[in-house]
Design a protein around this ligand. Sequence first.
Ligand code: HAM
Length: 421
Amino acid sequence: MYQKIKGTDDLYGDQMKYWYWIEEKARELSTIYGYGEIRTPIFEETKLFVRSVGQDTDIVQKEMYTFEDKGGRSITLRPEGTAPVVRAFVENGMLAQGLPQKYFYIGPMFRYERPQSGRQRQFHQFGAEIFGSPSPIADAELIIFADKLLKELGLVDYEIHINSLGNEDDRIKYKEAIKEYYAQHLESLCDDCKIRYEKNVLRLLDCKIDVKYAENAPKITDYLGEESKKHYEELKRLLTSAGIDYVEDPRLVRGLDYYSRTVFEVHHHRLGAMSAIAGGGRYDGLIKEIGGKEVPALGFAAGIERLILSLKVENVQVDEISKNVVYVIYLGGKEARDEAVKLAELLRSEGIPTGLELMERSISAQLKHASRIGAKLCVIIGEDELERDVVVIKNMETGEQVEFEKSFVVNGIKDMITEMQ
Ligand code: HAM
């Protein structure tokens, strides 16, 4: 028997209601906040991610699904959505449409990570990107949007962490301070941190093993220049004034290299190790880095699988997907069958989710099936009913049966459904 690839999932059945819930709310709210949808390919030139996410990040070093295609090109399944959206913005000359521009996306991402609850090799993100504004009002609006989305989904048990990574000059000074501080502990650092010390010092702060060193490390906020400080202070003021709860987390550095100034992450309190349900920030240098003009930008992405885990631990009741509210049953010859097809189509054209018997079973087997799939009403068409121009409707909850004249069937069923709600 074939098996799915480790770290991937088949999505079907009852769990789809969570996907519908999140995707529908995300689309709705994106439109309300003025984001247009963008869909980019799921694979890109490998160079795009090396350049944007960063050569020395875990993603590029260990996690990318990279392969050579038949034309000898190095291709990578997208590990994240920002770089492809930026590539599309530059390649399609979208800047000509004026600024700011706001885009959202929903889709699969791929990272070769060690699978566990909340961490997969194919996972899905909802992401939002804003191009054009250097102002902290854009950072504030983005975080307000992320918070609003989580609230609309029904989540409450989360915390928004924010930090500023300053501009490039600030980071140069800060990286020196970090290097100096960690130099004293170099011998006792874990193997990964020894590499980080050489290649990507900010990531030292993110180590899950050497946590005690990060606690006493210098804080980036003490190294921010006037401009970055002002930007960060204004963001905090705007968030407070908008009533957003947040905590400052001076050790928040994020795992992708393109960030500058604002970074943020949302953590769910009850997800354990994989608690980050969303993350993002400003990436003012990335568009230029990828070959475009100097356009400031920012965005965030939320992991849909982790949002679903959060909805489940918080016991949020999401809408059921209504299917097969009515089930059409028939017995007898061609005439009953024709009538069943016609009636099912009529009910469907009225927007009533309707199932039709396709297996040609006995009436008791048909009724049993209707009850298994959760039909609320069964329409029964038999020869006797056909002769009298009526149909029988069975209420599957009470077992009660009523007879309707054919011309009244649709309205009768509508009334019964309303009464049952
Ligand atoms: P990220 O923090 O790498 O940021 O990913 C965003 C979210 O995707 C995480 O908070 C998490 O919920 C989810 N996620 C990441 N990896 C996995 C995984 N292996 N399994 C399940 N869920 C996962 C980005 O990707 C940036 N592109 C966000 C951004 C947009 N920054 C600016 N614009």
